[in-house]
Ligand binder design. Sequence first.
Ligand SMILES: [Zn+2]
Length: 281
Amino acid sequence: MRVDYSFTPDAPWQFLMALNASYMFIPQLTELERIPAPPPLNYSWRPKDNALDQEVREACVSHLRRLADEWINSGRWGDVDSPLERELNSELRWILNVWAGANKPDITFDKSGNTVLQMPPIEIDYKSPVAAAKNAAVLLFGVFLDTPFRSRLFKCQQCKIYYYTERKPRGPIKYGTYCSLHRHAASARRSNEQRRGPEHERKLDLAAQCWKRWPKRMTDKGQQAEWVAAEVNRRLDRVYSEIKRNWVTRNRAAIASRTPQGLFIRPVPADARCRPATGEI
Ligand SMILES: [Zn+2]
């Protein structure tokens, strides 16, 4: 029942799975009992006390998350995540050092003569399994810290799942951290937010005004979009970029339902954007 947690290449993955509450990867810290099962095994194991087992696993996960969150947050300022600047705060250092003092990792030498730190096995204590679960979490975290994954661990801001990036980030991450499932949704939302700026509002306003001026004798919808785009561009403030027909099509619902606000528009000469306005002649 003693698991050797000396460093192995899959230790960071075990840490990640346990962090995401994948119970298979959380050490078994309560007593098991043998129960009959169909052949060929004829028996299997299950926790003697299911409620206690659940409580212990939850304690392990919540302690792991506390450690991981503190670690991730040490490199966060507002929305900017700087994984290369993460460091242990005094509380985390205290937790790890108390653990190291009590559990005394061993030093051994491998064949090539390198010094190897041998982590002690997870302590199993049936009398106080919750404390043992917290200890196990510190061990998993300590092993994780000794790997390159320390700067590749992130928490999705949408679903709160923990994940590793494929490579070590080169610098700060400015637009939030999201898992592969939510990365796309987040970038779509970001560009939507950028679109809803004053420039977008101004264009919608102008388009709503021009939309109503569409000469009734013309009925082709595609031509209407093209005509509105041209009319908007003639009136558009020079600092803003011109719009195209598909901008009008994309925003048609917003344009049609909009009551124009802001500046009232006057009819402008066809070449207004090429020549400064000279007033009425
Ligand atoms: Zn996510």
